[in-house]
Design a protein around this ligand. Structure first.
Ligand code: ADP
Ligand code: MG
Length: 704
C-alpha cells in the first residue's frame, strides 16, 4: 500500500453533502474529520423495514417491533410531575396507545406535522390495552438513497446541537449512503485472506457496508462480528507486541543477587508469616528482575491480601543490587501512610527512605532531589510528583505503582523514558479487575495474582439497612465502641455538587455529635476541603485511637490502615460504585476482631442500585464483585478506566464480548510466537495495519 493515497484519510468536507459548515459540526460534535471516521461511526440500531407488524398480530414479549399507521386523540394528561402525553395509534387491524413522559411539548409539535408514521418500540400490556412508551417515530416518506438497500434503516446517535444544524440521524445516514459507493472498493483488507476464510469472517469491505446498510439481519450480525474482531484482535496485537519488545528486546536492570538487605529483613523483621501466595508472587517477580529483561508486571490481589509487603521485598532486592526504587500512590494520604509504614519496617536496616509530594516544601525538596541524584536516597515514596521531569535519580531500578486504576498505558510509557535502561515496573491494583478488562487495560503486562488472604481473617459481615434502622445502628456502634473498637462513617462525594455533599457530611456530623456526645466519645471529620495538615491531624488522631468515630467523604477510600476499626458505615451507599464499596469495606477487617460493613440507603432504589447492594451483602470476594460490576455497568463506567483510551471501542463491548477478547488474545499470541517481527509474507497485512494504528497513536512510537 505504500505510496498510495489513502482515500479513507480524505477530509470529511470533501464528501458530497458535507462542505465546510457541516464539516465543522461533524468534527466538533462527533469527532468525525475523515472518511474513515464516518465509516466507523456505527449506527446504534436499525429499523427492520422488512417487517411491518399489524397491530392485531402483536404478542406479549415480542420485543421491539415496527408498525405503520396514523395518530389521533393527542392528549395531555396529569399535572406537573405526573404530566404525560398520550395518543392513539391506528392501523387497519386495530389500535394501541402511545405515551410520552418527557419532551411532551416537542412531541406535540411534531405530531401535528405529519399524518402517517412508522413507529418503532416495544409494546407492553397495560390495563388490557397495548401500550408503547416513547416510540421512535419515523416519517415513511423518508427515502435515503437508491444506491443502497433500505430494508434496514440505520439509526445514529446525534446531539441537540447537531440536530439544530440539520445533522440528525437521517442526515448522517444520508452522508454514509453517499460515502459507501465512493470508498467501498478501496477499503483495504486488514487480515490475510486465509485467516478471513479459516475463521469464517466477513471480508472487511462488506462488513463496513453491512454494518450501516445490511442486506439482511444475518449479514448485520456477521458485519458486527467482523468489526468487533478487528478491534479486539488489533488491540491484542498491539499490547502483545509491546510486551514482546519489553520482555525480549528491551534490556532491563539485572537484580542478580539476593543480598543482605533482603535476607536480613526476611529472617528477622517480617511481622507475620507470609502466605503461600505472597511467597509465590515474590518468586515470580524475582525471576523477572533477574532475567536481564525489563519487568512489566501487574500484581492483582483483593483488598487486604497483603500487596505492600511484596513491594517492600522487591525494593530491598533493588537495594541489594545497588539500585534505587520508588513507590507511587494516587493520593497524598495513601502515600503518607505507605511512607510511615515502610520507613518504620525498614528502620532497623539503615536505609534512607524519603517522601515526596506536591506539598513538599522547597527547601526539603531541594535537599531530597540532591539525595536522589547522588544516590543517597534508597527509596522514594510519594504521589504523581515522583514522575515529574525534574525528579532525577542516580540509578533508578524499580518503580512500583500502587492502587493503580488511574495510571494508563501511556503514563507507564513515560516511565520508560526516565532513563536509558527503563526501570522495572510493578503495578498493584486496589481492587481486582475482571479478566477481560485486565487483558485489555493491562494486556502489555505479565500478571501475578495473590489468591489467598492472610490467615486468621474473619470474613466481614455486611448488612444493608434503611433509615428506620438508624436507632438500632447507633446502639450497635455504641456497643462496638464500648468494646474498644472504632468506626468509620463515609459519605458519598459527587464532584458536581461538592457543596451539597459537604452539607450532607456536616448534617451527619451534627446528628452523630448529638447521639454520641462528648466527652464520652471523640469524633473526627475529614473532607476534601480541609488542608492536608488538618486532614493528617484528624487521621492520626483516629489511627492512635484518640477518636472513636471518623466521619469522612471518600478521601479514605484508598489505603488507610487502622486495624482497630471494625465498623464501616456507608451512608447513601446506593450512590457508590461497586468497586468503591468493596474498597471501602476493605478498610475494616484488618485486625483479629470481627468486623462489619453497614450499607445505609433510602428505601426506594433503582434496580441497579439494589443489585449492587445485594452483591455486596452476598459476597466478600473482590474478584466476584469485579465481574459483577462489569456485567452491570459495562467497562466504560468502571471506576478509573474512563481516561484510558484503551477502552474506547466503537463496537466491541468488554462486558459482553469476553469470549472474543480471550480468543483474539490467544490468536494474537500464536501469531507473534511464530512470527514475532511479523515479517512473513502471510502476515504482511497484519503488520501494515498495526503500523498504521501505531502511527495514529503517537504514544506507541516505541514500536515501529
Ligand atoms: P493490600 O493488598 O490491600 O494493599 P496491605 O498490604 O495493606 O493490603 O495489607 C493489609 C494488612 O494485612 C496489613 O495490615 C498488613 O500488615 C497485613 N498483612 C499482610 N500480609 C500478611 C500476612 N501474611 N499475615 C498477616 N497479616 C498480613
Ligand atoms: Mg494497599
Amino acid at each position: 500500500m505504500a505510496g498510495e493515497v489513502d482515500i479513507l484519510q480524505t477530509p470529511i468536507e470533501f464528501l458530497k453533502g458535507v462542505g465546510p459548515k457541516r464539516g465543522e459540526v461533524l468534527r466538533k460534535e462527533f469527532d468525525i474529520s475523515t472518511y474513515q471516521d464516518l465509516l466507523t461511526y456505527y449506527p446504534y440500531r436499525h429499523i427492520d423495514k422488512t417487517h411491518v407488524y399489524h397491530i392485531r398480530d402483536i404478542v406479549e414479549n415480542g420485543g421491539y417491533i415496527q408498525l405503520r399507521g396514523t395518530v389521533s386523540n393527542v392528549q395531555e394528561l396529569g399535572q406537573q410531575r405526573a404530566k404525560r402525553l398520550t395518543a392513539v395509534f391506528r392501523d387497519e387491524t386495530g389500535s394501541i396507545d402511545l405515551v410520552w413522559f418527557n419532551g411532551i411539548k416537542w412531541v406535540q409539535d411534531m405530531l401535528q406535522k405529519q399524518q402517517e408514521y412508522i413507529i418503532f418500540g416495544k409494546p407492553t400490556l397495560f390495563n388490557g390495552r397495548w401500550n408503547m412508551t416513547h416510540p421512535e417515530m419515523i416519517d415513511p416518506a423518508n427515502q435515503i438513497s437508491a444506491a443502497v438497500p433500505m430494508s434496514f434503516m440505520p439509526l445514529y446517535n446525534t446531539s441537540d446541537f447537531a440536530k439544530k444544524k440539520t445533522l440528525d440521524s437521517k442526515a448522517i445516514a444520508k452522508l454514509v449512503a453517499n460515502l459507501l459507493p465512493v470508498v467501498r472498493h478501496l477499503i483495504p483488507e486488514t487480515l490475510p485472506d486465509k485467516m478471513v476464510h479459516d475463521l469464517n469472517l466477513m471480508p472487511l469491505r462488506d462488513a463496513y457496508c453491512n454494518i450501516h446498510y445490511p442486506e439482511n439481519s444475518a449479514a448485520l450480525a456477521k458485519a458486527a462480528q467482523r468489526l468487533k474482531f478487528d478491534e479486539l484482535f488489533f488491540t491484542q496485537m498491539k499490547l502483545l507486541s509491546l510486551k514482546l519488545i519489553n520482555t525480549q528486546t528491551t534490556p532491563g536492570h539485572l537484580f542478580s543477587k539476593v543480598g543482605d538487605y533482603f535476607n536480613n529483613f526476611y529472617k528477622n523483621y517480617v511481622p507475620f508469616q507470609l502466605t503461600n501466595a505472597q511467597k509465590r508472587v515474590i518468586k515470580e517477580i524475582r525471576a523477572d528482575v533477574g532475567s536481564g529483561h525489563q519487568m512489566n508486571r501487574l500484581l492483582q490481589g483483593d483488598v487486604g491480601s497483603g500487596k505492600t509487603i511484596i513491594a517492600l521485598f522487591i525494593m530491598l532486592l533493588a537495594k541489594d543490587n545497588q539500585f534505587q526504587s520508588c513507590l507511587m500512590a494516587p493520593t497524598e494520604i495513601l502515600a503518607t501512610q505507605h511512607y510511615e509504614k515502610i520507613s518504620k519496617l525498614l528502620a532497623p536496616l539503615g536505609l534512607r527512605v524519603e517522601f515526596l509530594s506536591g506539598t513538599t516544601k522547597t527547601a526539603k525538596r531541594r535537599q531530597l532531589l540532591a539525595g536522589l541524584q547522588n544516590g543517597d536516597v534508597d527509596i522514594l515514596i510519594g504521589t504523581h510528583a515522583l514522575i515529574e521531569d525534574n525528579v532525577v535519580f542516580k540509578n533508578l531500578g524499580l518503580v512500583i505503582i500502587d492502587e493503580q486504576h488511574r495510571f494508563g498505558v501511556e503514563q507507564r510509557a513515560k516511565l520508560w523514558r526516565k532513563s536509558a535502561t527503563p526501570p522495572h515496573i510493578l503495578v498493584m491494583t486496589a481492587t481486582p479487575i475482571p479478566r477481560t478488562l485486565a487483558m485489555t487495560l493491562y494486556g502489555d503486562l505479565d500478571v501475578s495474582v495473590i489468591d489467598e488472604m492472610p490467615q486468621g481473617r474473619k470474613p466481614i459481615i455486611t448488612k444493608h439497612l434503611y433509615d428506620k434502622d438508624r436507632l438500632a445502628l447507633y446502639g450497635f456502634l455504641k456497643k462496638q465502641i464500648a468494646a474498644g473498637r472504632q468506626v468509620f462513617i463515609v459519605y458519598p462525594l459527587i464532584k458536581e455538587s461538592e457543596k451539597l455533599d459537604l452539607l450532607d457530611l456536616m448534617a451527619g456530623y451534627e446528628a452523630i455529635q448529638h447521639d454520641f456526645p462528648e466527652p464520652e466519645y471523640a469524633i473526627g471529620i475529614v473532607h476534601g476541603k480541609m488542608s492536608p495538615e488538618d486532614k493528617d491531624f484528624e487521621m492520626q488522631r483516629f489511627a492512635k485511637n484518640q477518636s472513636q468515630i471518623l466521619l469522612s467523604t471518600t478521601v479514605i477510600e484508598v489505603g488507610i490502615d487502622v486495624p482497630n476499626a471494625t465498623v464501616m458505615v456507608i451512608e447513601n451507599a446506593e450512590r457508590f460504585g461497586l468497586s468503591q464499596l468493596h474498597q471501602l469495606r476493605g478498610r475494616v477487617g484488618r485486625g483479629g476482631n470481627q468486623s462489619y460493613c453497614i450499607l445505609m440507603s433510602k428505601y426506594e432504589l433503582s434496580s441497579e442500585g439494589r443489585q449492587r447492594l445485594n452483591a455486596m451483602v452476598s459476597t466478600n470476594d473482590g474478584f466476584e464483585i469485579a465481574n459483577f460490576d462489569l456485567k452491570l455497568r459495562g467497562p466504560g463506567d468502571i471506576q478509573g478506566t474512563q481516561q484510558s483510551g484503551m477502552l474506547d471501542f466503537k463496537i466491541a463491548d468488554l462486558s459482553k464480548d469476553e469470549q472474543l477478547v480471550a480468543y483474539t488474545r490467544k490468536l494474537a499470541m500464536r501469531i507473534l510466537e511464530t512470527d514475532p517481527a511479523l515479517s512473513s509474507l502471510e502476515n504482511q497485512r497484519i503488520a501494515n495495519t498495526l503500523k498504521e494504528i501505531m502511527k495514529r497513536e503517537k504514544n506507541w512510537t516505541r514500536i515501529s
